[in-house]
Each structure stands twice: as C-alpha cells, then as structure tokens.
Design a protein around this ligand. Structure first.
Ligand SMILES: [Zn+2]
Length: 304
C-alpha cells in the first residue's frame, strides 16, 4: 500500500464557495481526509493574471485551459477595484471543512499580494499579513489553523523568520522530496517541520507531459510506493472544472492501493534532516520557487 499526503490549496472566492464544497463531498464519499489551505483576505487573483499576460504565460493558459479552469470572471477580480474579501463570504463552506475532520491550514491573507511582493516584504509585513489570516480563520472556525502553506511555493529568508514564532504544527512552503527542518537566516534551525509538495500540479502537467485524457494514468505513475508523496490540488481546478476527473483519479488510486491522508499525518514517528531552502525553476511553472536543498551536516531531529 502507498500513502499520499493530500494538500488542497484554495486561492479564490470562487474556489472557496464552489470548489471546496464539491471536494468535501467527493472526499467524504470515499472517507478520505486531507489538508485544506485557505486564502481568506481579498481575492485579487484577477490582477495577478493580467500581470502575467506575457507570451509564455499565455501559452501555458492555452495549454492547460486556464479560462475554463478558473472561470473568466477571475480575470476581472481585483483588476479595476479591490477584490472582495473571501472569509466573510465563505463562512459556511469553511466550517463544513472543519466539521468533516480535515486539517485546516492558512494559505494566504492576500494570495496575489504575496506572489507579487514576497521578495520585498520585511519580517514585520509578513507577520502582519499572516496574523490577519490566522485571526480571520480563528474568527470563523473558533480555532486557529494548525498549518500554513506559502502561496505559489515561495518564501524568503525574512518570511521564514517571521513565520517561526507562529504556532503552526507544520508548514508546506516549498517543493522537495521529504519532510525536513529548514535552516534559518543566521544558521539556526527552524522548530517547525516543512512538508514539501513532491508531485506536480495539474497545470504543470497538462499540455507538457500529458493531456487531459491520460492525466490520471500519468499522475498515478508518478506516485511511488517507496517515496514520500505529497500531492497538491486546487479547489479552483480539481474542485470545479476537473472534479469528475479527480473523482475518477481517487477511485483508480484506491484500486491500486494508493491511499490519501492529511499531510500532517505523514510526520508521525519520523526523524527529519535539516535542509537549506533554495530557489529554483520548476518545470511547467513561472518564475522561481522555494525548493528543498540537500541535507546539511546537522544532527537529525525527531518531530516533537
Ligand atoms: Zn495558491
């Protein structure tokens, strides 16, 4: 049997209100629990898409069918006026996720703002934005989120430092191959384990290494029994335009004895190496991402 950590990123108002309930029912029918990471502040993702209307990005949009994936209305959210706040408009959807027993994480206060400005933000700004997100999720759910996943797999040295005092049980800020403790600025080691995403996302695969028809088969082929597996899906894609395909994927996985769990459960009983976080390109994705470096010469530590 193979275990896969399932991480669900929720970037937009539409993804939260439409994609999340669909995923909760798809997973519930199959008794699968996952980790949901919510964006709860302004939905400015339209601004992000316009900014990225460059040839390479257009090509990717066409390849992966992004207008169909995200809905045309996303192009206008936050473009000409401030985007709507997601949290107050999605309280019911968020509470249903907690009630179903999934891990609850924070993804962003302002997803687009983080993507655009993270390299320039100082510790105080990161702490303030993440603090607003934590406060909003706590207000809605009556409890603080237990984990955090940086938008677009991007953290800076300042962000790592700013996130350190926050009481997250784990964070998932990067791509990599196994959980680890990241090295911080100044040479100390983080007390919060990182659980990297190990598998490519839908939009990184389709039109590059597969098409929609053989997507499920291709992704199942990338899940390895002897490896640490974490899959990231998006409420906007697998919860809406690709929902039927994703349901099929879950059933095909079950036939092959591939099972899913919240990422946090993969930490139990593990001894983790210390690794540096580096920046690198990832096939099928724009710009630099945070990626797990090679293990450092540092004593390994058990997860406490
Ligand atoms: Zn995201």
């Amino acid at each position: 049997m193979t275990l896969v950590g399932l991480r669900i990123d929720v970037d937009t108002l539409r993804g939260t209100r439409r994609g999340v309930p669909r995923l909760v029912s798809l997973l519930g029918e199959r008794k699968i629990r996952a980790g949901f990471f919510f964006s709860v502040g302004p939905d400015n993702m339209g601004r992000h898409l316009w900014r990225l209307l460059r040839p390479a990005f257009l090509l990717k949009m066409l390849r992966s069918g992004a207008p169909g994936l995200y809905g045309l209305d996303i192009l206008f959210k936050g473009t000409f006026w401030p985007g709507p706040l997601i949290g107050p408009r999605s309280e019911e959807a968020l509470r249903a996720v907690a009630l179903a027993g999934h891990e609850i994480g924070l993804h962003a206060w302002d997803h687009q703002g983080w993507q655009r400005r993270i390299a320039k933000m100082d510790e105080a700004e990161v702490a303030s934005l993440v603090g607003r997100g934590v406060a909003e999720l706590t207000r809605i759910l009556g409890q603080a989120p237990e984990c955090f996943a940086a938008p677009a797999w991007r953290v800076s040295a300042a962000a790592l430092q700013a996130l350190e005092p926050l009481p997250f049980r784990y964070r998932s800020d990067c791509r990599g191959n196994s959980p680890f403790y990241p090295l911080l600025r100044g040479g100390s080691v983080s007390k919060i384990p990182q659980i990297p995403a190990t598998l490519p996302t839908y939009d990184e695969m389709v039109g590059r290494i597969c098409n929609r028809d053989n997507y499920n088969e291709t992704l199942l082929g990338l899940i390895k029994t002897d490896a640490f597996n974490v899959l990231t899906i998006h409420a906007e894609a697998e919860g809406i335009s690709c929902a039927e395909m994703f349901a099929e994927f879950l059933d095909m996985a079950a036939e092959r004895e591939i099972f899913f769990c919240p990422p946090g459960e993969l930490l139990e009983g593990r001894v983790l190496p210390v690794c540096r976080l580096e920046e690198s390109m990832v096939d099928g994705r724009e710009g630099l991402l945070s990626v797990q470096g090679k293990p450092e010469a540092w004593p390994q530590a058990s997860v406490t």
